[in-house]
Design a protein around this ligand. Structure first.
Ligand code: FAD
Ligand code: NAP
Length: 498
């Protein structure tokens, strides 16, 4: 463990174990005097929150150095492991993150899990400020009987599987059933439904124009899929769906599939549309139109020839996963029929007492992600699943900040995450200016690298990532893809000569 006293580190460990950081061309004495004025800041997590926080700090402070620690061998968080593989344009933010990483005042240290390889107090001792941007890596449990049955997966794990997240590569979902049920009606639910239902020939077409980086293994399983119908189940009604219009439109236009919407679910909504805020209004209009209007001739022909279907089931809350007769896997889901109570944002689903059984061979629970505490020294609100904070300043812990999903909870797109990360960066710089952060030099990565080395941890640098990136792109070219993701950490380390 690290000594509590930073001076000890500085004078006895730094000069002996390691020269001043390689990126500096200054003499040790010059380096030390520069250090006096250099705020050393560390960011935990290299998703959008981590990178946007770093970007803000580097842009608005001409001397600050930022080290980004990441548990995976590769950067970019959910941009790599969450965003759907058929949405390559969303991943363009990686270009901005790469520019940030190329700054000579920024360093990426992958393969370092904070809370396991190094503690938050150790980071706080080595840096003037620490920003926690480690996202929401768990999934919200259903907490219903049968959840553990084979054939029930969290959407988080399913997404990780098709996106090449190493820990999910053994998932092996059995897609030999006819019907799948997705619980939850957010954008993740629609991503998963779209990936499940995209016809194999369409996936091939995406491949040919390099518009997907789905893994080879997932593509192989999806090509063999027998799933014909996907039900996307919500506990509330059409006015409370959490997905957005662009993603809904994509589902409606998905080749080879047709939507199943029950017009009865939409009765009376037409009259309420006028008073809705614009995004909700447009979304509801599209739902209504799809459910109730007769399609034009061409569209009708397309729908008639569709071999796959997806449907929205409203006012149904998951109550129990039903086992097959031999008890070995899922055979259906029991849903409690609900009605709404309350108004506006406070509208809640309450059970009516009726239930409905929906047969299916696959259940994907898409009811949200969840953050967890990574260090006992950091306050954590277990109920809300966030680090308690005021505009990014961790409550009662000076010098500690947070951004992204661990700050706000697991909702919001990359743009939302960018804004809140910029705000956290702004608060940190205000505190620095006001003299609220520790004064005097801090060793930053020099001390942490010594610690990690003593623990046998070998971090991966951004240039290491660029070697892996080049390898992925080269492997993808063989099969017409934008990249073939490396999914085995051991292989990645071998390629890097670690
Ligand atoms: P993350 O992106 O999760 O980044 C957190 C990082 O911290 C990860 O790299 C993680 O490995 C690392 N980490 C975790 N624990 C530790 C630790 N102990 N030590 C070190 N590092 C750690 N938004 C859009 O705008 N468009 C989309 O198409 C879109 N698609 C999405 C698809 C899915 C399936 C999901 C779940 C979200 C999607 N989003 C999309 C939302 C977007 O991904 C989030 O807004 C954003 O990623 C949140 O950023 P973050 O940095 O807080 O979390
Ligand atoms: P989400 O948007 O919060 O949706 C979660 C869904 O699960 C809601 O329908 C919610 O219903 C339901 N739910 C929650 N708890 C439940 C329970 N106990 N029982 C039954 N249903 C329950 O979460 P998400 O889909 O995981 O998405 C996370 C964020 O990433 C969102 O902000 C999303 O927009 C973003 N994202 C964006 C894109 C994109 O831009 N293309 C793609 C993927 C994700 P209630 O409303 O009733 O709680």
């Amino acid at each position: 463990m690290a000594p509590r006293c930073w001076r000890w580190w500085h004078w006895s460990v730094w000069p002996r174990t390691r020269p001043p950081p390689a990126r500096s061309t200054l003499s040790f004495r010059q380096h030390f005097s520069t250090q006096e004025k250099t705020p050393q800041i560390c960011v935990v997590g290299s998703g959008p929150a981590g990178f946007y926080t770093a970007q803000h700090l580097l842009k608005h402070h001409t001397q600050a150095r930022v080290d980004i620690y990441e548990k995976q061998l590769v950067p970019f968080g959910l941009v790599r492991f969450g965003v759907a593989p058929d949405h390559p344009e969303v991943k363009n933010v990686i270009n901005t993150f790469t520019q940030t990483a190329h700054s000579d005042r920024c360093a990426f240290w992958g393969n370092v899990e904070v809370g396991r390889d190094v503690t938050v107090p150790e980071l706080r001792e080595a840096y003037h400020a620490v920003v926690l941007s480690y996202g929401a890596e768990d999934h919200q449990a259903l907490d219903i009987p049968g959840e553990e049955l084979p054939g029930v997966f969290s959407a988080r794990a399913f997404v990780g599987w098709y996106n090449g997240l190493p820990e999910n590569q053994e998932l092996a979902p059995d897609l030999s059933c006819d019907t799948a049920v997705i619980l939850g009606q957010g954008n993740v639910a629609l991503d998963v439904a779209r990936i499940l239902l995209t016809p194999p020939e369409h996936l091939e077409a995406l491949l040919l124009c390099q518009r997907t980086d789905i893994t080879k293994a997932a593509l192989g399983v999806l090509r063999q899929s027998q799933v014909k119908t996907v039900w996307i189940v919500g506990r509330r009604g059409p006015l409370q769906v959490a997905f957005t219009i662009k993603e809904l439109r994509e589902m409606i236009q998905l080749p080879g599939t047709r939507p199943i919407l029950d017009p009865e679910d939409f009765l009376g909504l037409q009259d309420r549309i006028k008073e809705m805020p614009r995004p909700r209004k447009r979304l509801t209009e599209l739902l209504l139109q799809t459910a109730t209007e007769k399609p034009r001739v061409e569209e009708a022909a397309r729908l008639a020839s569709a071999s796959r279907a997806w449907g929205l089931r409203f006012f149904r809350s998951p109550q129990q996963v039903l086992p097959s007769p031999d008890g070995r896997r899922v055979a259906g889901i029991r849903l409690a029929v609900t009605r709404l109570e309350g108004v506006g944002e406070a509208t809640r689903a309450v059970p009516t007492g009726d239930v409905e059984d929906l047969p299916c061979g696959l259940v994907l629970s898409s009811i949200g992600y969840k953050s967890h505490p990574i260090d006992p020294s950091v306050p954590f609100d277990l109920k809300l699943g966030v680090i308690p904070n005021m505009e990014g300043r961790v409550v009662d812990v000076p010098g500690l900040y947070c951004s992204g999903w661990v700050k706000r909870g697991p909702t919001g797109v990359i743009g939302t995450t960018m804004n809140d990360s910029f705000l956290t960066g702004q608060m940190l710089l205000q505190d620095l200016k006001a003299g609220l952060l520790p004064s005097g030099p801090r060793p930053g990565s020099v001390a942490i690298q010594a610690l990690l080395s003593s623990r046998g941890v070998r971090p991966v640098s951004f240039s290491d990532w660029e070697k892996l990136d080049a390898e992925e792109v080269a492997r993808g070219q063989g099969s017409g893809k934008s990249r073939e993701k490396l999914v085995d950490p051991q292989e990645m380390l071998r390629l890097l000569g670690h």
